[in-house]
Design a protein around this ligand. Structure first.
Ligand code: FRU
Length: 492
């Protein structure tokens, strides 16, 4: 049964027409209106589904629905009708973030946070389920399936959300969810269930203890290259170490997990993305074993800053392959992106001087790798992207300081939001490798094969296609650039 509220959203989607070129070529944007967190990123019958926090009727956050897309290769996505609307007494204030899984009987289960008004001032949050066929879903009559009765002592029923479900090899379902206690602030709770419907509390995996931000939103928990990763998005952080800026951050807690004693021991905390726009990531395990992450390419702090008349708001990052190397998280664009490359443009051993432009090195839908070899006296290297009509976004590397600065102050948005971030990067064996993915409204940078990533939304007019290089002191560089080609756009 499709409720009136869901039907209204689907009708609205059917009547929304945004041309392909008004959107990024391969980053996900909402079918209409507003999008935040990725939800339910998971395999289903040989494809990968992604849902998202969604308000179709305007480009601002409001009563949360779930939007829906699916893919076979993480690059080309097919739009599906909205999957959930806030249409019951237990979720009338919003269907907040959650996850999805294919059940043994072939159906798909969505586990999400139902938000319901408890008083005019406050909403309560509890975990609800809906089961369906990959397009239409029925909410369970027993909702919520993880209610406040399941919470350990001291946890607030007002901040209890974002369940992420998976199945263990022995068939047990497990889910992590974000909780809040006066004493510990953000915490991650683990629940378990024989059937994904009847749940019990198992343990508390980790908590902020008022040290790593407030509420820890959108947890995920998975093994990676011999370690266990607890991924969270803490609110209200103080700047603390490389890549951690004030406000909302996304971090991995690396450690070990003992399923016998139900203990997670945290060994380190690392920022996931050192750029300006990254939050609420979620992962899945692909059929070939890869752990793939997708995040909301946006910051809550700048979510009200948008160009006038823009037809959509909110983008996902490119899906990224995760790995651990030397105790650190590495992330690389999914390899499927390479299937969309046009012919290579290569320049080798370019000596960069005061202002260097190169034939055919330009564009806003590109995959470009720079290999930089600074001489002894190189004080800095600067790269201008999306340059033209007085606009540019720059990357500034100071080899001696070991710092990279991304600056989008002149990227086209007349709003006083955070526009600059600086983070540590190091040359290795005298080389620094920068891979840049541009897709009309964003830039994603991957340093040294994924040692660091930095994402930024750019609203620069598309006429600004320029790329230029500048250095003080000796700098030699190789450039390898590919245009990314999407035949559907050519047809439109
Ligand atoms: C994170 C978040 C989640 C919540 C959702 C609401 O960005 O605040 O905790 O479920 O967004 O849209």
């Amino acid at each position: 049964m499709i409720s009136d509220r869901l039907q209204k959203a689907r009708d609205y989607e059917a009547n929304t027409h945004i041309s392909l070129r008004e959107r990024p070529a391969f980053h996900i944007t909402p079918t209409a209106g507003w999008m935040n967190d990725p939800n339910g990123f998971s395999p289903y019958h040989g494809e990968y589904h992604l849902f998202y926090q969604y308000y179709p009727y305007s480009t601002s956050w409001n009563d949360m629905h779930w939007g829906h897309v699916k893919t076979q290769d993480f690059i080309t996505w097919q739009r599906l009708p909205a999957a959930l609307a806030p249409d019951t007494d237990y979720d009338q204030a919003g269907c907040f973030s959650g996850s999805a899984i294919q059940l043994l009987d072939g159906r798909q289960l969505l586990l999400y946070t139902g938000v319901a008004p408890a008083s005019p001032q406050q909403n309560v949050q509890a975990q609800c389920a809906a089961i369906g066929n990959g397009v239409d879903y029925e909410k369970l009559s027993g909702n919520p399936v993880i209610s406040h009765d399941h919470l350990p002592q001291g946890c607030s029923k007002y901040d209890f959300r974002d369940p992420k479900i998976w199945q263990e090899p022995d068939g047990t379902y497990r889910a992590v969810a974000a909780a809040f206690t006066q004493q510990d602030s953000g915490a991650v709770l683990l629940f378990q269930s024989p059937d994904a419907i009847h749940w019990e509390y198992a343990c508390t995996l980790d908590a902020s203890h008022n040290e790593a931000g407030g509420m820890w939103e959108c947890p995920d928990f998975f093994p990676l290259d011999g370690k266990q990763v607890l991924m969270v998005s803490p609110m209200d952080m103080y700047p603390d170490g490389p890549g951690i800026h004030p406000g909302n951050n996304a971090v991995v807690l690396l450690g070990s997990w003992n399923p016998e004693t139900m203990e997670f021991s945290r060994e380190s905390l690392q920022a996931i993305d050192c750029g300006l726009d990254f939050y609420a990531p979620q992962t899945l395990q692909a059929s070939d074993g890869r752990r793939i992450m997708i995040g909301w390419m946006q910051s809550w702090q700048s979510a009200d800053a948008k160009p006038q008349g823009f037809p959509w708001f909110g983008q996902m990052t490119l899906p990224r392959e995760l790995s651990l190397r030397q105790g650190r998280l590495f992330q690389c664009p999914v390899r499927e992106l390479e299937n969309y490359r046009g012919p290579a443009v290569v320049h080798k051993n370019v000596s960069v001087t005061v202002s260097t432009a190169l034939p055919e090195i330009q564009g806003r839908v590109i995959d470009m790798t720079l290999t930089l070899r600074p001489g002894q006296d190189c004080r800095w290297f600067r790269l201008y992207l999306a340059e033209g009509d007085g606009f540019a976004t720059t990357l500034l590397w100071r080899p001696e300081e070991g710092s990279m600065e991304i600056d989008r102050t002149a990227s086209g948005l007349p709003r006083d939001i955070a526009n600059i971030r600086r983070f540590p990067v190091q040359a290795q064996d005298g080389l620094l490798k920068l891979r840049l993915i541009l897709d009309r409204f964003s830039l994603e940078l991957f340093v040294n094969d994924g040692q660091q990533a930095a994402s930024a939304v750019l609203y620069t007019p598309q006429s600004a296609q320029g790329i230029r290089f500048e250095a003080r002191g000796e700098m030699t560089m190789d450039v390898e650039k590919y245009g990314l080609i999407f035949p559907e756009e050519e047809k439109e």
